[in-house]
Design a protein around this ligand. Sequence first.
Ligand code: ADP
Ligand code: MG
Length: 612
Amino acid sequence: MADIIQLLPDSVANQIAAGEVIQRPASVVKELTENAVDAHADSITVNIKDAGKTLIQIMDNGTGMSETDARLAFERHSTSKIQNADDLFAIKTMGFRGEALASVAAIAHIELKTKQAQQEIGTKIQIEGSELVSQEPTSCSTGTSFAIKNLFYNVPARRKFLKSNTAEFGHIINEFQRIALANPQIEFKLYHNDSEVYILPKSNIRQRVITIFGKKTNQNLIPLETTTSIVTIKGFIGKPENAKKKSGEQFFFINKRYMKNPYLNKAILNAYEQILPPETLPSYFLYLEADPSTIDVNIHPTKTEIKFENQQAIWQILHASVKESLGRNNIVPSIDFDQEQSFDIPVMSKNTKINRPTIELDPTFNPFNDTTFADKGQKSAKHSLEKDNLTNWENLYEGFEKEHNQDNDFSFVSNLDTQSSITENTADENVFHFKNKFILTPVKSGLMIIDQKKAHERILFEKFMHSLQTDTAVTQKSLFPKTIELDAKDHQLLLSLKDEMAALGFDIEDFGRNTIVVNGMPYDTGKQEPEQIIDKFLNQYLSGETDIKRQTKESIAKALARASAISASQPLTTKEMREIIDLLFACEQPNYSPFGKKIVTIIKTEEIEKRF
Ligand code: ADP
Ligand code: MG
């Protein structure tokens, strides 16, 4: 029988390899931007058209390549970063498999311009589907510029598998953010369809985080720094009260590269245990340095999953440092509303000599007046009480929900009956304002406390969702249209949200050059200036939705609800408080704000009585 085994031609082998390395436009952005970092650039510009489907251009001012290297760079296993097998264990740079450029070349049209500092003239190379089309001298500045066009032109199945531009650009933003966070000392720029998306000047880690995730992040960052013989960890962790419902701001870097590490992620979550609002995730930006010979980066083709020789020890170190940072910043006691409620009540019997308590107490609380106090002594051992309180408080709302559904005091369904039953329970004189922040009102089982801002967010969110779904928004026309200049990023975002904003009731004309004219605003946005609302709305939308692929009606309604809601220090009249209560309990989901925060809680009557 004739021999039947054939060696695959290089072009086919490269295409197969490409499938592993290059899954989508974002993979190209990742590989080429990392190459630019490895080439010691201190300024990198990423220019994208149509989410990378039309163009991905990466320009750097790094070392550049010689004429020969420029051509060799596209060969499979061509790399300047490993010389021999030993280097595998001692590399400082990662992502060095010499496959990226060969892979991209196999499935796209590439134009490369590159020049080294000492060269007078640079090289221009064109490659299409692994074939060298041309190589000629060109004049260009020092560094390297790659333009990738027609990605997957010869792999139609891949091209078809690509998601919407918004989704694919979301992936690009993710990769870009990771590299930009890993290298704050480098200037990065990202443009999409000629609009600025990120302009990130050289800075330190904190500044970089803030420029990417917004000024408000600044107050949220708790520094962390630990040095041990096997690993050093530095960076920032987020305050528990600012933890978000979804992932997106959890970043680990190992030796300046982004990594995924579910195992170490657990060490962090574990350290936050019991101080996070339910189902939220804290943000973190943590930079680990470890001897490269103790880590293995090659367990995954795209090299984001990393294994450590000392996994368990690093877990412990990380866990301890997060706990310590949280503690040092005094977060643990201060965020926990529940814990503030618990204070020490000393164990007493009739013959106990009564001393003035040395612990901090509510000055109006006087245990000596309470004759029944001593009898309750056996139940009030410090620890059990604290613990009880904590769990009670955590479970309170669940219990409350159940109880009220049963009792029909009111249920969390919006119907008129429900509303009227609340109305009965909350006669006007029984609504109180506390710290211009909470609305208090007695209910059958105790004292109900409503967070006014979160309640208003919920009310507006459901209204805006309704407007978006039914296109029935009411616009408040302005007598004098307002011209507003936005920054480029906001302008681009606003244009991409044009239809949804119209559905919400915005009446906006685009005047080009980042300028818009506002003729009318959604009825429910209140008395704030259009400029303020639009700015808050876009920022909220951006900071809430770092993962742009989740651009949904929901996130738009959420952002506008937060931008328009009353503040947490807004004085309210009794009538306004009543209105909030009524509207809130007419909502489909009155118990949690659109951002997943608790709106309502009830202190049970027994709970109050127990305190006396
Ligand atoms: P690897 O990064 O694993 O070495 P690549 O295929 O990504 O493999 O790149 C191949 C080689 O091309 C690199 O080792 C480097 O020498 C060269 N190269 C790629 N991009 C650049 C760049 N932006 N500047 C300078 N040299 C580059
Ligand atoms: Mg590379």
